[in-house]
Design a protein around this ligand. Structure first.
Ligand code: BG6
Ligand code: MG
Length: 897
C-alpha cells in the first residue's frame, strides 16, 4: 500500500496533555462530589467536552440542566487552560519531531485531527503548529470521535485519499474513527485498549515502524535497468519510475480496475529480479471480488509483467482494466531534486492496438525511446490503455506487458516469451551463484544473508563497456563508482576475485589524463562516478566522468595488490603496471598538494564535492565542538590507504623485478621508506594523546579535527597503526559511545555533531564496519571482531535479511533498529559486507603465487560451523570446514590445499 498522509491526534499522541484533561475533570468531579477514576477517564479520551461531562455525570444522582452542564464544562476548561499554560516545546513527546522530519523529507503530508477546541493553543505552545500541513478546526466539526468526520476532514484538506492515510491515536474512540474513515490505524499505548488498531506502539519513540510502512516500495533491478514502484506495483508519484542510463523511461505505470482502489495488496515474492504481488479489489456494497496477480522481472533492457485477473465472486463481471502510461524522460538528477530541468523537445507518443511508443530527443541530441507492448488489443482513453475483461465466476483474464528501453542507436532487445524470459533470468542468477564461493553455516540467518548478498551483487553488476562492474546502489547510484566499486571488489575477493579484475580494468580505462577543474580530473586519478544521462551529456552536471574523490586512487592500488595476492596473475599485473604507476604518481604528487607527505583534498570547483572521502556529505568533517573543518582536509583513513598502497606496490615491484631489475630495486626501497615515513608522521600528526585516539583529519592549518569517529578504524584495515595504539582504537570502537549494539557508528555519541539520523555523523554503515572487521582480524582483535559480526548479523534480520547502505545509530538498549529513510538498497558495498566479515572471522591469508592459503579462524557465538566451497585462489578452488569442537575452533581442507 502506498501512503501519502499521516494524521495525528493531539492529546496523548503529540503531547502528554491527556493527563491535564484528567486532572481538570478530576478537580471538577471532586467539587461536585462525583466519583471519578482513571478507568472512567479512559472512556473520555478522544471524546468531546460535553460528551465527556455526560459520562462523568453518569455517576451522579442529580440531573443537571443544559445551562448547568455548559457552566461545568466551561469550568473544567478553565482548569484545563491553566494546566496547559505550563507547556513548552520540550513537552512534545519523544519521537514526534523525528517522525515529522522524516515525513517531510519523504514528501508525506501531515495533519492534526483533534477533538479539542484548545488544539491550536496547545500546538502553538509546543511550537509545532506551523509544522503541519493542516490542523482540523474542532469547533467546525459536527460529530466527534468515534465518528470519522475529523479524520476525513483532515484527509480532504491535505489532498490525500483516506485509504492512503495513516491515523495515529491513543484513544479507543480515535482508533474507531480512523478505521471508519478507511485509514490505517496506529495506536499509541495499551494494546488491550486499542484492540482495533492495525498496529500498536508503546510510544512514538518506536516511530520507525510507521516509517517502515510508509516506505514500502518495491525495487527490482538487473544490470542497467531498475524499476521502483509502490507496494501495489504502480508508478504514480515522482519518486517512482523505470530507469535506464540515468533517465526515467516510465514516469507513470498505474493500474486500476474500474477506477477503483484495491482493498488489499500483498507482496508475495520479492527477489532482485522478480516481484510478485497479489491485489484484492473488493466492493462492500455488492459481492464483487476480483483478485489480481502481478508478476514481473527484468531481462536485457526489457521489463516484463504478467497480469492475471480472477473473478472470485459468484456472478459474471465486466471489468475495465486500465493502465495509465507516461514517460517523462527526466534526468535522474532532476528526479533526485539535485538539478533543475532544461530539456529538449517534448516527448512524442504513438499509440497502436498493441503498443505505445514514447520518444524523446534530449538537448544532447540523443534519442531515447520507451516501447510498451501488450499481447492483447487495447483501446485508449487519453493516456490510459484500456482492456475490457468479461469474467464468469472463477475465470481469469490475462495479459502481458513488455517495456523496452533504448538510448541512441542501441538495437531493441528481442522480446522473449514471459516464462522463457523468466527462466533465462533465473538461470543466469544460478550460474552466478555457482561462479561464486558457496558458504553454508549452522546459522540460518547468516545463510540467508549470504544468499541475498550474492543475489544483490549479481543484480548490481552492470554490463559496462564489456566489463562487469558493481553499481554503487539502487536507486540513486546505479552507475560505476570508483570508490564503491573498488571497495565492493575488495570485500568480494574471497567469493569471486573476477569482480576485482573488471573493476581494475574499467578504472584504468577511465584514469584521468589531463587537468580539468570542473570535473576534477587530474593525470593518474581514478574516477568518482560515470554518468550518461542528458544532464551529464550537456554538461549541466559534471559527471561524465567526475573525478572528485581522493581515496579511489590509493584504493585502486590497494585492490590491485590484493587481487594479485588472490590470483597470482602476473600477466594481468604486467598489463596493469602502467596504470598503477600513474596512480602511484598521482598519490605522491596531486594527492599530496602541499608536499607534506599527507594526502589532502580541496575541491577545485564550487560545484564539486566539499568532502572527497567516503563520508562525502558537506558536514561530515567536524571537530568535537561541532565546527566544520576547513579544507584542505587530510583524512585519517586516506593516509592509511596510501600507506597500504605504498607497501602493496613495493611488494608488486619486488615480484616484477625480473622485468627491469635495477630500476625496480630502487623503487621497492623507495616505496618502503615512503610508507615508513608516512606511518611515523601519521602517528605524530594524528594521534591525540589526551583522547587516546586518532583525529578524524587534519584541517587547513594542519590542526587535528578531534572528533572520535570510525575513520581511524579503516587504518586498522590498512595496517598503518602501531600495536599499542591499535588496541586503543579497537577498544574505543566497540565501547558504548561508538558501538550502538547494532554496529559501529560513524561518530561517537559524545560528540557535539552526533546525530544518529545523519548520513555520516552517527549512523551505522555496514561496509564501514566490515572494513574495520578486516582490521580487527589483521591485528588479531578476535573478541572485538565477534561483537561486530554478531551485531550486523542481528541487524540484517531487521532489514528483511539484507544489509542496507546505512541505518540509524540509536542505542540498541533505547530504541528499536531504525532504518535510514532514504538508504539505497541494494547497495554494493553493503551487500558485499558479509563476505568481508566472513573473510575476517576466517582469518584468511593468501598468496596465490606461492600457493599459500592459511586460516586463523575464530567463530562468533552465533556460528559453530562453516563450510566453504569453491573459494578461488589462483587457478585452484578450495573447499574447507571450520568447526567449534569442545570450545576450540578447528578447521580442515577438503581438497586443493
Ligand atoms: C480530546 C481529548 O483530544 O479533546 C478529550 O482526548 C477532550 O479528553 C477533547 O475532552 C475535547 O477537548 P477540549 O479541549 O475541547 O475540551
Ligand atoms: Mg599534504
Amino acid at each position: 500500500m502506498h501512503y501519502g498522509g499521516v494524521i495525528f491526534d493531539l492529546d496523548g499522541v503529540i503531547a502528554d496533555t491527556a493527563r491535564f484533561h484528567y486532572e481538570a475533570w478530576k478537580k471538577l468531579a471532586d467539587e461536585l462530589g462525583i466519583y471519578f477514576d482513571k478507568k472512567t477517564n479512559e472512556r473520555l479520551k478522544g471524546i468531546g467536552r460535553m460528551e465527556s461531562l455526560d459520562i462523568i455525570l453518569e455517576n451522579s444522582n442529580i440531573s443537571y440542566t443544559l445551562e448547568q452542564k455548559k457552566y461545568y464544562a466551561e469550568k473544567k476548561n478553565e482548569y484545563y487552560k491553566q494546566f496547559i499554560q505550563t507547556l513548552t516545546p520540550d513537552d512534545v513527546l519523544p519521537g514526534v519531531k523525528e517522525l515529522m522530519e522524516i515525513l517531510k523529507r519523504k514528501g508525506i503530508k501531515t495533519a492534526v485531527a483533534s477533538a479539542s477546541k484548545n488544539a491550536p493553543t496547545v500546538l502553538n505552545k509546543l511550537g509545532i503548529a506551523s509544522e503541519f500541513d493542516y490542523i482540523v478546526d474542532a469547533s467546525r466539526i459536527r460529530k466527534g470521535k468515534p465518528d470519522p468526520e475529523l479524520f476525513l476532514t483532515a484527509a480532504i484538506n491535505i489532498g490525500v485519499e483516506p485509504s492512503e492515510c495513516i491515523g495515529i491515536e491513543d484513544s479507543a474512540a480515535g482508533i474507531e474513527a480512523i478505521k471508519r474513515a478507511g485509514m490505517f490505524a496506529v495506536g499509541v499505548g495499551d494494546p488491550k485498549i486499542l484492540k482495533k488498531a492495525d498496529m500498536v506502539l508503546k510510544d512514538l519513540k518506536d516511530y520507525g515502524k510507521i516509517v517502515d510502512i510508509i516506505c514500502e516500495n518495491i525495487t527490482i533491478n538487473n544490470d542497467r535497468i531498475f524499476i521502483v514502484t509502490d507496494g501495489k506495483g504502480n508508478i504514480k508519484e515522482d519518486r517512482y519510475g523505470l530507469f535506464y542510463k540515468d533517465t526515467r523511461f516510465l514516469s507513470k505505470y498505474d493500474l486500476e480496475i474500474d477506477g477503483k482502489k484495491p482493498k488489499l495488496s500483498k507482496i508475495t515474492s520479492e527477489k532482485n529480479f522478480l516481484k510478485e504481488i497479489s491485489i484484492e479489489y473488493k466492493e462492500d456494497d455488492n459481492d464483487r471480488i476480483l483478485q489480481m496477480y502481478r508478476k514481473s522481472f527484468i531481462y536485457e533492457n526489457t521489463f516484463y509483467e504478467s497480469f492475471v485477473l480472477k473473478n472470485c465472486g459468484l456472478k459474471t463481471e465486466i471489468a475495465n482494466v486500465t493502465l495509465d502510461l507516461d514517460a517523462d524522460f527526466k534526468d535522474i538528477f532532476d528526479v533526485r531534486g539535485f538539478a533543475g530541468g532544461i530539456y529538449g523537445s517534448k516527448p512524442g507518443v504513438q499509440r497502436e492496438a498493441r503498443q505505445v511508443v514514447f520518444e524523446y530527443t534530449g538537448l544532447d541530441g540523443v534519442l531515447r525511446k520507451t516501447t510498451v507492448q501488450f499481447n492483447q488489443d487495447a483501446r485508449y482513453e487519453k493516456n490510459k490503455v484500456v482492456f475490457m475483461a468479461e469474467l464468469p465466476p472463477n475465470k481469469v483474464f490475462t495479459f502481458e506487458v513488455h517495456v523496452n528501453v533504448t538510448v541512441g542507436n542501441e538495437k531493441k532487445a528481442t522480446t522473449l516469451d514471459f516464462y522463457e524470459g523468466l527462466k533465462t533470468v533465473e538461470k543466469s542468477f544460478n550460474e552466478w551463484s555457482m561462479e561464486c564461493a558457496e558458504v553454508i553455516t549452522d546459522n540460518e540467518r547468516f545463510n540467508s544473508l549470504y544468499k541475498r548478498s550474492i543475489e544483490d551483487l549479481r543484480s548490481l553488476l552492470l554490463n559496462y563497456e564489456g566489463y562487469r562492474i558493481p553499481a554503487a546502489g539502487i536507486p540513486w547510484f546505479a552507475v560505476p563508482f570508483g570508490r564503491d566499486s573498488i571497495v565492493c571488489a575488495v570485500q568480494s575477493l574471497m567469493i569471486n576475485p573476477g569482480i576485482a579484475r573488471d573493476v581494475l580494468l574499467l578504472a584504468a580505462k577511465y584514469q584521468g589524463l589531463k587537468l580539468d577543474g570542473r570535473s576534477e580530473e587530474e593525470p593518474g586519478k581514478i574516477f568518482h562516478e560515470i554518468r550518461e544521462g542528458e544532464f551529464t551529456n550537456t554538461g549541466m552536471v559534471p559527471f561524465g566522468p567526475y573525478y572528485g574523490t581522493h581515496d579511489a586512487t590509493p584504493l585502486f592500488l590497494v585492490l590491485l595488490h590484493k587481487y594479485y595476492k588472490w590470483t597470482g596473475d602476473i600477466e594481468f599485473l604486467r598489463k596493469m603496471l602502467p596504470a598503477a604507476e600513474k596512480a602511484l604518481e598521482w598519490v605522491i604528487s596531486y594527492g599530496d598538494r602541499d608536499n607534506d607527505g599527507f594526502l589532502e583534498y580541496m575541491r577545485a570547483d564550487e560545484k564539486g564535492f566539499t568532502n572527497q572521502g567516503w563520508k562525502d556529505s558537506e558536514d561530515s568533517v567536524r571537530a568535537s565542538d561541532g565546527k566544520i573543518a576547513s579544507p584542505p582536509i587530510a583524512l585519517a583513513e586516506i593516509q592509511g590507504y596510501a600507506y597500504d598502497a605504498y607497501m602493496g606496490m613495493a611488494e608488486l615491484y619486488k615480484i616484477l623485478k625480473d622485468t627491469d631489475p635495477g630500476n625496480i630495486k630502487d623503487k621497492v626501497e623507495a616505496l618502503k621508506n615512503k610508507a615508513a615515513a608516512l606511518r611515523r608522521n601519521f602517528h605524530k600528526a594524528f594521534w591525540m594523546e589526551d583522547k587516546k585516539y586518532f583525529a578524524e583529519a587534519l584541517d587547513r592549518n594542519k590542526r587535528q579535527v578531534d572528533s572520535i569517529t570510525s575513520n581511524p578504524g579503516h587504518c586498522l584495515w590498512s595496517g598503518i597503526i602501531d600495536g599499542v595504539y591499535a588496541k586503543y582504537v579497537a577498544d574505543r570502537l566497540i565501547s558504548p559511545e561508538m558501538f550502538s549494539g547494532w554496529g559501529i557508528r560513524t561518530m561517537s555519541s559524545k560528540e557535539a555533531a552526533y546525530d544518529p539520523e545523519s548520513y555520516h555523523n552517527g549512523s551505522v554503515w555496514p561496509h564501514d564496519n566490515s572494513l574495520i572487521a578486516l582490521g580487527f582480524s589483521r591485528y588479531g582483535f578476535w573478541e572485538h571482531l565477534k561483537v561486530v559480526f554478531d551485531a550486523l548479523l542481528e541487524a540484517s534480520a531487521g532489514f528483511h535479511g539484507r544489509l542496507p547502505e546505512l541505518f540509524c545509530g540509536y542505542d540498541k538498549r533505547e530504541r528499536p533498529l531504525t532504518q535510514y529513510p532514504v538508504a539505497c538498497s541494494p547497495q554494493a558495498w553493503a551487500a558485499a559486507s558479509p563476505f568481508a566479515l566472513l573473510e575476517a572471522i576466517l582469518g584468511i591469508r593468501v598468496d596465490a603465487q606461492k600457493g599459500i592459503v592459511s586460516l586463523d579462524p575464530t567463530l562468533p557465538d552465533s556460528i559453530n560451523h562453516i563450510t566453504v566451497k569453491r573459494m578461488r585462489v589462483g587457478e585452484k578452488l578450495y573447499d574447507f570446514e571450520v568447526e567449534r569442537k569442545n570450545g576450540k575452533v578447528e578447521y580442515s581442507f577438503k581438497k586443493g590445499a
